[in-house]
Ligand binder design. Structure first.
Ligand code: HEC
Ligand code: HEC
Ligand code: HEC
Ligand code: HEC
Ligand code: HEC
Ligand code: HEC
Length: 338
């Protein structure tokens, strides 16, 4: 009976993995499919020509105003998260200026020119002037029709692209289309960010943001206003600077016998994010009240709203299901568990 249960659990884990891989937005399959079907106008379930696929982890294509951009004869928008988050914490943009929801924000040039949305920084001061159209409008609107153009761009910087297999090991570098079965976990870097020497990487070759900030290699600002105390950003995971100092870490019991429980590091998250990024829209403010499954997370719910999109990927199981962290949490005064 016990053995059977074990097999059942392992099967469960495999199924979860399958869901994760089919659910997350940046899988190589989807990217490859999009690349392979350049002029295919028959919309498929996963990649219709309208639903364009980002090729880089953390990048978001913004195309709500596609018609307007076509009329204005400008290229499309690909918002590079990592390029921005190495300079600013999430709370600078989320949720007051942008909802953490792809396609959930209405942005147009009127707003930008008035100093709103992207224009709160792209005003010729903190970042480039909105008149520098090419800074933002550089991504081909017709990714498919312009495949040759994209290919050319990709080929121009093959060294910038790392590929990881499912084990998390680097499967190769260079032209991903030649790497059979390799997974492109989006490590086509923003060269600007990479040029900074000594960026710590996780096993996928993606930036390890926890190590980066803990070691003070880069300390993204918490505000664009030099007068705001959040502007300077000491690594301050112990407490939250907004005065809400009593957000304990939470031990979330896992509905599985084979995997370690999960410690949710509350203070670490509040360093990056405002409370309202998670409460009440994602999580109720009571420990143990949110029913979560990995399947849902793989589809972008709960932890998967950020992990797998902007924060480290869900495939990195042990970074959440970690026995050592569970033991440490239980011993700490700053840990909620029952
Ligand atoms: C400079 C501003 C800025 C910063 C800083 C920033 N974001 Fe975003 N974020 C955006 C914009 C713009 C979008 C796109 C929204 C849209 O498509 O309407 C976005 C979208 C998202 C999405 C939805 C992505 C998707 O694929 O569904 C998530 C999740 C997200 N951000 C999380 C984060 C996290 C976590 C951080 C900090 C580590 C962060 N963001 C930092 C501006 C920012
Ligand atoms: C919180 C401030 C802030 C906001 C909001 C912001 N940016 Fe930026 N952005 C910057 C800074 C700073 C730079 C770097 C400027 C420089 O290098 O001089 C930058 C650079 C860029 C670049 C150039 C990247 C490269 O490879 O050189 C792009 C593209 C870009 N932003 C797009 C956007 C878009 C699109 C939006 C709105 C959806 C946006 N940004 C909102 C601060 C911001
Ligand atoms: C800081 C980044 C940035 C710069 C610089 C920028 N744009 Fe945009 N632009 C955007 C974003 C973001 C959108 C909305 C994308 C979406 O969600 O569909 C947009 C949308 C548009 C649209 C369609 C919507 C509308 O407002 O009509 C046009 C046309 C356009 N831009 C033209 C331009 C031109 C021309 C320039 C240079 C004079 C320029 N943009 C500079 C970010 C930028
Ligand atoms: C990245 C997401 C995230 C952010 C940001 C966040 N929380 Fe939470 N919070 C959670 C999760 C997840 C839980 C646990 C929910 C559960 O177990 O059902 C939680 C639980 C709580 C609880 C209940 C703990 C208990 O004693 O039962 C409180 C109180 C709380 N959060 C306050 C805050 C405050 C205040 C902030 C801002 C300073 C904040 N949270 C920021 C995700 C977040
Ligand atoms: C971002 C953190 C995070 C990552 C990464 C993560 N998990 Fe989870 N996992 C959780 C949380 C939170 C729960 C919810 C606890 C519960 O209610 O069971 C959970 C629950 C589970 C469960 C029990 C509930 C269910 O869905 O059946 C299994 C099994 C599981 N995870 C497997 C995995 C595997 C396998 C991986 C790697 C492919 C993984 N997890 C990666 C956070 C994570
Ligand atoms: C709103 C966005 C968001 C949500 C929702 C979110 N996280 Fe995170 N999480 C982050 C960011 C940003 C980091 C910093 C590291 C990074 O970006 O890769 C982080 C870091 C972590 C770390 C630290 C890993 C380490 O190396 O120490 C753990 C563990 C973690 N998250 C677990 C969870 C779990 C479990 C949930 C769901 C209950 C969750 N997160 C929900 C954004 C989020």
């Amino acid at each position: 009976m016990l053995k059977l249960n074990r097999i059942k659990l392992q099967l469960q884990a495999i199924i979860i993995l399958t869901f994760l891989f089919s659910g997350s937005a940046y899988t190589a399959e989807k990217a490859a499919k999009a690349e392979k079907t350049p002029n295919n106008n028959t919309p498929s379930k996963t990649t219709s020509p309208k639903k364009k696929v980002e090729l880089v982890y953390g990048d978001v294509i913004m195309n709500k105003t596609e018609e307007g951009m076509r009329k204005g004869k400008v290229d499309g928008i690909l918002f590079p998260h990592w390029f921005h988050r190495i300079r600013f914490r999430c709370k600078v943009c989320h949720e007051d200026t942008f909802k953490t929801e792809k396609g959930g924000n209405v942005v147009n040039m009127d707003a930008i020119s008035a100093g709103e949305k992207c224009g709160m920084c792209h005003d010729g001061g903190i970042a480039q002037d909105p008149l520098d159209c090419d800074v933002c409008h550089f991504y081909p609107l017709d990714q498919d029709k312009n495949e040759a153009k994209v290919e050319k761009q990709e080929a121009a910087k093959p060294k910038n692209i790392l590929f990881a297999g499912r084990s998390g090991k680097i499967a190769g570098k260079g032209d991903g289309r030649k790497l059979k079965g390799a997974h492109k976990w989006g490590a086509g870097w923003q060269p600007e960010a990479l040029r900074m020497p000594g960026l710590p990487k996780d096993k996928y070759g993606l930036i390890d943001w926890v190590k980066l900030t803990r070691d003070g290699i880069a300390l993204p600002k918490g505000s664009i206003d030099p007068e705001n105390p959040l502007y300077e950003s000491p690594v301050h995971y112990e407490f939250d600077e907004e005065g809400e100092k009593d957000v304990e870490d939470i031990l979330i019991k896992t509905k599985s016998d084979t995997l370690a429980d999960v410690v949710f590091p509350h203070t670490l998250h509040t360093w990056w994010l405002n409370c309202k990024s998670c409460h009440p829209k994602r999580f109720v403010r009571t420990a143990g009240n949110t029913q979560m499954t990995m399947k849902e997370m793989g589809k972008g719910k709960y932890c998967g709203e950020c992990h797998g999109k902007v924060a480290f990927p869900l495939e990195d199981c042990a970074r959440c299901h970690d026995k050592k962290k569970v033991e440490a949490c239980k011993k700490s005064e700053n840990c909620i568990f029952d």
